[in-house]
Design a protein around this ligand. Sequence first.
Ligand SMILES: [Zn+2]
Length: 452
Amino acid sequence: MKRAIYYSLDKKSVSDNDYLLKKFPEIVKITFNPAFNSQQCINLEKELFTKAKHNLLLEIFLSIAVSEAQGVDELYLSISKEKLNNFVKDSTEFLNVLKRIVYSSTKNKLKIHVLNEEDSVEKVTISEENNITSVLLKNNVKTVVVYSGGLDCTVAAHSLQSQEIPFELSFIDYGQNNLIEEKLCLEKQSSQLGISKKNSIKVINCLKNFYYQMNDSIDLINGEKITIKNSEAEYVPSRNILLIIITALNFDLSKELQIITGSHEDDKNSPDNSIEFYFLLNRLFKSTRIMDNITVNPMLYSIGGKKDIVDLGNKLGVNFSWTWTCHNKSQNKNKLVPCLECNDCLVRQEAFFSNDLIDPFEKALDFNQKYGNIRNIIKNEFRFENDNFEDMTFEELNIDSLKFIYIVTIIENEYNFEFDMSEIVKFEECLISNFIDSAIKSIEINFLQNKK
Ligand SMILES: [Zn+2]
């Protein structure tokens, strides 16, 4: 049994601490520091520290994320009664729901205790939520989508637009592996949705250094590939709740706020995606003084699972080429090419297949194979040692027109097509990567013409 105690940012001491430290001398101490100078505790950058100081729920969930990452079984929160009562309307309700949501939405089924709490809070009753399957969507309140560039939240955004519900996007850089791919999708989708960067897209990055110190999930560590075998390691401690709270704290909470997420029925890998989690979270917000205007709505739960979401997205005309589902980085640096090996890739493939649709990524994969093959032909023919030759021009590589024609002929023979030379007017100035791109384009056009 691993125990931890979290010392609140509030300096007021809680009398039970000493008793606890004597009883469990091996207890792990968790504290937060506002600067990057301490080896002993978790450092929060200024923006996050200030937010946590003014919002007890954020503070508590940061300590829960740390506990999850450290494999703690029981966490004691040292928070003064005064601080708790300043933040919540009904402390019994708040603590009841908090315990339940933490237990059900954390990887280790973390149990929490609040020092100085009253005995009655041990009794948890949540039976009334069991039969509810969706939250009512409101169309006249401030609405924000927690947006990751993934397929689900993209379909949710398009669905809101089709219902003429205005919304903003909240994109969070928490140090994820595939940030570049996700940001590219954010850019493409927001322009398709007609959402302007200036007013309606918030990019938040104050959690990045926090998660960097966790070093827990492989989603946060560059280099290691996520496959079906290690898919449980993609889980990031308390990510969903922290993304929701951080998103909320960027809005004026004196007015009603509706937060939309892309969770749905097939989200079974993370415990913080379940419908129970969302109902408890809404109840938790309602029991506070300053977050009681927030409703979190996983609106896709009322639609179903991945298959139904792909079907809806297809009907809404979503451009799936710009939705990144894969847990790994793109297989091609010039184009989005998923791994098709991780759990999320397989679920996505199955969803397109069962709808009789072709995922644009199937084409991307084919592109990637051709790209790699043509790249190898060029590399081998000219015996390039340098691996970055794609970023150079023919001229820089000393390839003259004769050598150029020679390489074009080899590629034409390999793929049995005729190169559209109008694509490349001045071949000397052409980057090798652009040349490969146009070669593939010509191969595809040729293939379609032959089919006719
Ligand atoms: Zn993948």
